[in-house]
Design a protein around this ligand. Structure first.
Ligand SMILES: N[C@@H](CCC(=O)N[C@@H](CS)C(=O)NCC(=O)O)C(=O)O
Length: 208
């Protein structure tokens, strides 16, 4: 029997969340190991020395250790919800902005102590610029690329969740209703709740 793909993950990591969401959409059963960052598994470091999650080892032994590459692998196996059904150029541009300038602002807003040589004072404002761009997209459509969920929503909302949770009252007080409704829709989805369930077994299975 073919082994399941092996996924090194971390429950609250936004990169790992988007990978898990796509693996579940693709209905790919994986063995999942939730990594303790203070004690990273030797096998994970041997196949991916950079030490970040998610890392996927496929049944053929291929190692994929970037979340976007895992997403492409998963959805090229099976993509029943057509999550690539959008303008590729715009999709890449929004995900690049999320993973680049927005993630940098998020880290500086959430963990200013990690950047002692930098002035993190404006980090929240810099993050807000990206939130406004997303809100503009969502003011005329339910999802970032139109009325249907695509990989762009899945790649971005876990990071907006993290940004919102730094100071949820401030986030909720913003005049960004379409963005707040979009985020709540994703957070309340059965699939998100499913991938956030705490697992007791290690490794656990991704699908029920
Ligand atoms: N570009 C990578 C980034 C992954 C990443 O930075 N993951 C963080 C957790 S959110 C991590 O594993 N950090 C390792 C550590 O803190 O030791 C991807 O897209 O997979």
């Amino acid at each position: 029997m073919k082994p399941n793909p092996l996924l090194y993950s971390y429950r609250r990591c936004p990169y790992a969340m988007r990978a898990r969401l796509c693996l579940v959409s693709a209905q790919i059963q994986c063995d999942v190991i939730d990594v303790d960052f203070k004690n990273k598994p030797a096998h994970m470091l041997s196949i991916s020395p950079k030490g970040t999650v998610p890392v996927l080892q496929t049944p053929t032994g291929e190692v994929i250790d970037e979340s976007r590459a895992i997403i492409i692998w998963a959805l090229s196996q099976h993509n029943p919800e057509n999550w690539f059904d959008c303008d590729k150029h715009l999709a890449d541009s929004l995900i690049d902005q999320n993973d680049g300038a927005f993630k940098a602002a998020l880290d500086r807003y959430k963990y200013p102590n990690r950047f002692p040589d930098e002035d993190c004072f404006n980090a929240r404002e810099r993050g807000l610029e990206f939130l406004s761009i997303l809100n503009d997209h969502l003011s005329t459509q339910a999802q970032l690329m139109g009325d249907k969920v695509t990989v762009v929503d899945i790649c971005i909302f876990p990071f907006i969740r993290q940004f919102a949770n730094v100071d949820i009252s401030w986030f909720e007080s913003l005049d960004l209703k379409p963005l707040q409704a979009w985020l709540n829709g994703h957070l309340n989805s059965a699939r998100f709740k499913f991938i956030m369930k705490k697992q007791t077994q290690n490794p656990s299975l991704l699908l029920p």
